[in-house]
Design a protein around this ligand. Structure first.
Ligand code: WT7
Length: 672
């Protein structure tokens, strides 16, 4: 199973903070044995209103048998994240430095913003929020495309101590309504719409629907909706503008334009000093029971951890230009588009569009245009793009990419073929690839290589980041030392980890701490090889990973079963060449009902409506019944085999009705 190692090249090493694996190991040891010293050094870079007190930065309990689970870091300290991202950098002489190169959907539409200008706009918007009655602790929902106002809004919340909850703008109005209500959001900030590729999305309409649904289904009232007039920048003047206006409603009492919120507001806004453990944001992630989990991240620990991982994992240096392609609606966008780069006074690219527009070389042409040094994307994007370049197409030339030094991967295990293509065709065999394993819950990278230090193995995430102590446990909770495979858990907290689930501490403890008392359980499987490298083997719970989007089987099953014709549904992942995994759904219809193409269409649409387009099933199969144990548990292991047409199903003698398996094989749709 061991594979070839690729050593970091001089191109990477000569700039690197940690130019050898020995250096990494020494520092890693120190991060565990002298943890406080380690984080003190990180903390010294930042401005504190009340400095952290030495002597027990980290207080925690991971053992549910000993009481409630909690994590507290630098508890008595006070600070403001926005101040540290903007004011501090301006004071340190980076006022004229570019914070973001913003690249619009159209290659002709681009702009840039300096740290000073960003600070001005954030202060202005923060004053606007205050003027509208938003205060410390209030929840502000954000449903936005990849535009600078999304960043400005998040930072303005941080400045006044309001808690943002960004909902990915690919989610449907149902999903948004559920999150608005669960978070008790007072305000929703959005844009009229945006173009992605050749399609226009009207976000304001989705927001109108979501606000209405939150009110009728969940009895939650959103007081206000602030709207960025973004479509006008790409559709200036005249007729289209008024046509667009017809696409959504305008409620004079509750809706207000972003530019009107800014009007007359000063660009000076004193930061609200908050406690280290005050919440910074809530971000929803899928839970295996179907109801989304509101992951709560707090202030000091998140900032320290985001800053440190960014510096070391991307080896960021002052003149570098960094680009993370993730959407701000996901944790990758929070930590590695917004918070971590700004904490390091970095210059980043922020991109509104898609990799395929106007041509499939868009990513590479952006790297070339801004001379990007660090590029961070997902395996699904790499696989989709490499497919275009693997066919001999004379029109597809790769622009000069020699500015690159570090390539990042995130979201799912990267398969060796995609890794090699990334390494050779994009990195020209001289860049380091960092395969960063982490989760919404971990706040930042927890298992990863470091560019100058870690010899690379295609497909291995590598080693723990500083302060992180991974263990491999077997089903009985016994630790596996040395090479072996089992559950990936963490034996102690690190500053950036989640603190609780929003208003659901019980679920927090149940989901992450009940299986193995004393450990944080990731839900992923892992293998350690003979060189100590960690290889993530994928989820062990009932979760699916479609194009790096995590969702639960229960979530999709719930939607399918909400159709009155469906009596039962089961969803399993099926390997997919580009998406990593695709949804394969089995539906059992009620007595006497007919399964047909129309039903498949309706069910597909239903999933898109209730969750979002990214969750649309690839296959929906008619199932006369489901393989269940005598106690009624669906055996998903068997369904997975059926999905791929593999007849080696193993022992089916424990099934209540073994005959159903053959029937399901016979019922596989032709296209599956
Ligand atoms: C799950 C977390 C945090 C990044 C975006 C996803 C999978 C993530 C890797 C990787 C193998 C990975 C895991 C994890 N995952 N990165 N480098 N190698 N698997 O955040 O939606 O919270 O999903 O994504 O299964 O548990 P998320």
């Amino acid at each position: 199973m061991s594979s070839r190692m690729y050593k970091p090249t001089d191109h990477v090493i000569k700039k690197s903070y940690l130019p050898s694996i020995q250096k990494y190991k020494e520092m890693y040891e120190r991060s565990l044995t002298e943890s406080e010293l380690f984080w003190t050094e990180v903390a010294q870079e930042f401005q504190w209103h009340v400095a952290p007190k030495p002597g027990g930065f980290m207080k925690y309990n991971f053992d549910i048998t000993k009481g409630r689970v909690f994590v507290k870091f630098m508890e008595e300290a006070e600070l403001n994240v926005c101040y540290n991202l903007l004011d501090r950098n301006v004071k340190n002489g980076f006022g004229d430095k570019i914070a973001f190169f913003w690249e619009g959907n159209s290659p002709d539409d681009y702009t840039r913003i300096t740290y000073r200008k960003l600070l001005d706009l954030v202060c202005q918007f923060a004053n606007g929020l205050l003027a509208k009655g938003i205060r410390k602790g209030d929840r502000v929902a954000v449903y936005m495309p990849m535009i600078l106002e999304a960043v400005i809004c998040m930072l303005a919340c941080a400045r006044i101590g309001a808690v943002h909850t960004v909902v990915f703008a690919g989610f449907s109005s149902d999903a948004l309504a559920e999150r608005l209500s669960d978070a008790k959001a007072k305000l929703l900030v959005t844009a009229d719409g945006a173009w992605r590729g050749e399609r226009m999305y009207v976000y304001k309409r989705t927001c109108d629907d979501a606000i209405e649904k939150a009110r009728t289904f969940f009895k939650h009232r959103v007081d206000m909706c602030m709207v960025v007039n973004h479509l006008d920048r790409v559709t200036p003047g005249g007729s289209l503008k008024s046509e667009i206006k017809d696409l959504y409603n305008w409620n004079e009492e509750t809706d207000i334009w972003w530019h009107e919120v800014l009007e007359g507001e000063s660009n000076i806004c004193p930061p609200e000093w908050v406690a280290a453990e005050d919440p910074l944001f809530v971000l929803y992630t899928s839970g295996s029971t179907g109801k989304p989990k509101g992951v709560v991240h707090t202030t000091a620990g998140y900032l320290m951890y985001a800053a440190a991982t960014f510096r070391y994992v991307f080896d960021y240096h002052r003149r570098d230009v960094y680009w993370c392609t993730a959407d701000v609606g996901w944790i990758t966008g929070h930590t590695y588009v917004v918070y971590a780069p700004l904490a390091n006074a970095a210059t980043s690219v922020m991109f509104e569009g898609t990799p395929y527009f106007p041509k499939v070389d868009r990513y590479w042409s952006i790297i070339n245009k801004y001379k990007v040094t660090q590029f961070y994307t997902a395996p699904t994007a790499i696989r989709a793009l490499m497919a275009h370049y693997n066919v001999e197409d004379g029109n597809l030339t790769m622009p000069d990419l020699s500015s690159l030094r570090v390539l990042g991967s995130v979201g799912e295990p990267i398969n060796p073929a995609a890794w090699l293509w990334y390494y050779t065709r994009i990195g020209k065999e001289r860049c380091s690839i960092v395969d960063t394993f982490w989760q919404t819950e971990t706040g930042g990278h927890v298992i990863t290589g470091l560019p100058g230090a870690t010899p690379m193995k295609p497909g291995a995430a590598g080693f723990p980041f500083f302060g992180v102590e991974p263990k491999i446990l077997n089903e009985d909770g016994i630790e596996i030392e040395g090479p072996g495979e089992g559950y990936l858990v963490f034996a102690r907290p690190w500053p950036g980890m989640m603190r609780t689930l929003l208003e659901d501490q019980d679920r927090f403890e149940r989901v992450y701490f009940s299986k193995f008392p004393g450990y944080y359980c990731t839900g992923d499987g892992v293998r350690r090889d003979e060189d100590g490298y960690l290889w993530i083997t994928g989820r062990i719970d009932d979760m699916l990973n479609v194009s790096g989007h995590l969702m639960s089987t229960a979530e999709v099953e719930g939607v399918l079963a909400s159709d009155p014709r469906v009596s039962e549904a089961a969803v399993v992942p099926k390997p997919h060449e580009v998406k990593g995994e695709a949804l394969y759904c089995f539906v059992v219809l009620k007595e006497g009902l007919q399964f047909d193409a129309d039903l498949v269409k309706t069910l597909t649409l239903l999933v898109r409506q209730k969750i979002g387009a990214f969750a649309a099933p690839d296959t929906i199969q008619n199932a006369p019944g489901l393989p269940k144990t005598r106690s009624g548990k669906i055996m998903r292991r068997i369904l997975r085999k059926i999905a791929v047409g593999d007849h080696e199903v193993g022992d089916i003698s424990t099934l209540a009705d073994p005959g159903v398996v053959e029937e399901l094989f016979n019922n596989r749709p032709a296209e599956a």
